[in-house]
Design a protein around this ligand. Structure first.
Ligand code: GRF
Length: 243
């Protein structure tokens, strides 16, 4: 059975890191072709688009039981089961709370400090570490760095941004979408490219604005949506990458 190896890069709190580890790490999945059921309003009151497969989480013993070739012949819509392994949680800050979260969840951690290094030197060091891990995909989750081509040309990576891209790029996505005249806010998962918050979009989630809602409450709903959307988008991308 295939094991998909991912590393998660972060700089601070790490709530997305934790949601990703809890949902994906050492878990077994089987992709099933979806009839757009992800587009239904979720129990959390949001809408998710861009997810074309649903992934059923299965027990290890059932994953081992599925006969790939046989299954393929029976139904072209079912592919092989796979396991996800978070092989590293990497921070550029020594005091990032995410390090504690990752350790508590049994994931290996590493710090490569960015302070007092040039962007190029830092990126080269991170790339060397990631390349030694033989990853299927790198996941950025609150990794507060502008990346140089040294990183973007060598590492296939995803990022999550707390707005409906291409709107409200940059560090103030939540506040800008909150204060905008739009009636909806949202979250986007996209491939990392050389231009900030601009790579191909994989999936997006939407929440309606609520009249007189505080910024704190809006922000909390955005984060809940992120924690639901990101693991699904990672599975979607892993499935695409392996085609
Ligand atoms: C999230 O809002 C994410 O969209 C943005 O940075 C924040 C990270 O939060 N890129 P956390 O560290 O995952 O709690």
């Amino acid at each position: 059975m295939d094991t998909k190896r991912i590393a998660i890069l972060f700089s601070g709190n790490g709530s997305n890191l934790e949601a990703l580890i809890k949902f994906l790490h050492q878990k077994y999945f089987i992709p099933r072709k979806n009839s757009n059921d992800q587009l239904q309003n979720d129990e959390g009151g949001f809408l998710i688009g861009g997810i074309s497969h649903s992934f059923e989480r299965i027990e290890e013993k059932s994953a081992r039981f599925v006969e790939p070739t046989h299954t393929h012949l029976q139904s072209p819509n079912i592919s092989e089961p796979f396991k996800v392994e978070v092989v590293l949680a990497l921070s550029n800050k020594r005091d990032a709370f995410g390090l504690t979260r990752a350790k508590n969840l049994g994931v290996a951690t590493k710090v490569i400090e960015s302070a007092s290094k040039s962007r190029e030197d830092f990126d080269a060091e991170v790339v060397a570490t990631l390349q030694s891990l033989q990853l299927d995909l790198c996941i950025l989750a609150g990794f507060m760095r502008i990346l140089t081509p040294i990183f973007t040309q060598k590492i296939r990576a995803l990022n999550i941004h707390p707005s409906l891209l291409p709107l409200f790029k940059g560090a103030h996505g939540i506040t800008e979408s909150y204060t905008s005249s739009m009636c909806l806010g949202g979250v986007s998962v996209h491939y990392v490219s050389e231009e900030l918050d601009s790579g191909e979009i994989i999936a997006q989630g939407v929440i309606p604005k609520i009249a007189n809602e505080s910024l704190e409450s809006y922000e909390a709903r955005i984060h809940r949506l992120e924690h639901r959307l990101y693991p699904l988008a990672v599975l979607e991308a892993l499935n695409k990458e392996s085609k």
